[in-house]
Design a protein around this ligand. Structure first.
Ligand code: ZN
Length: 209
């Protein structure tokens, strides 16, 4: 089992123990006792970085373990790990913007059903509930600009079911395993690039710039 340190810290470097390193089709599959690398999942791309100076190109979850794919073999024992800051920040900005779009849609009576926060193809999908109001790109843009300029701080708590809940300022938290900016101003600018409806599902596409 890998301890997921990224649930509790924004730190990008620490020491860890290499538990195993095995050759695989995707490179050397490295399992650590603890990690700062966020694996791909929950609509968010995984982190990249280095383990003991070895380049990590892909990180995935496999049951209780987090598997880091390294370009070269990593020796067992203590090692320093370093997450790529630029990619983490981009993923966190995209993912946090997805939270905000979720909140905005919900205020229009839409139920957020899926978030996909990959660069270049980010979108949040909604199912309209009865009595929902019409939503358009301009109104979402106005609302998200307002929230980001309010620069609300992130908070994290654990609910009664031991779920990690993440929210900003006075906004209700979402049960979430992703990475987030520490305060909304860090998102920078979000551009709502489209609102589409297909088979009753409304998709809001966006970019961070
Ligand atoms: Zn989240």
């Amino acid at each position: 089992m890998t301890v997921a340190l990224f649930f509790h810290t924004d730190s990008l470097c620490t020491d860890a123990q290499v538990v195993s390193c095995e050759s695989s089709a995707d490179g050397f599959a490295v399992i650590l006792n603890q990690t700062l690398f966020h694996p791909q999942g929950g609509g968010q791309l995984g982190d990249t970085g280095h383990i003991g100076g070895n380049k990590v190109t892909k990180v995935v979850k496999n049951g209780e373990d987090i598997i880091h794919y390294s370009e070269s073999a990593v020796a067992l024992g203590q090692v320093d790990i370093q997450v790529d800051a630029e990619r983490r920040l981009l993923n966190s900005r995209l993912h946090s913007a997805g939270h905000l779009i979720g909140h905005i849609g919900e205020a229009y009576g839409l139920q957020a059903i899926k978030g996909h926060h990959w660069p270049g193809e980010a979108k949040v999908s909604f199912k309209p509930l009865s009595g929902s109001k019409v939503i358009n790109a301009e109104s979402i843009q106005q609302e998200i600009d307002k929230l980001i300029s309010a620069d609300l701080p992130r908070y994290t708590r654990t609910n009664e079911d031991s779920m990690r809940m993440v929210g900003f300022g006075t906004l209700e938290p979402y049960a979430c395993g992703g990475t987030h900016v520490a305060h909304l101003g860090m998102i920078g600018s979000v551009v709502i690039t489209g609102v589409k409806e297909k088979k009753g599902i409304i998709s809001v596409s966006y970019q961070v710039i």
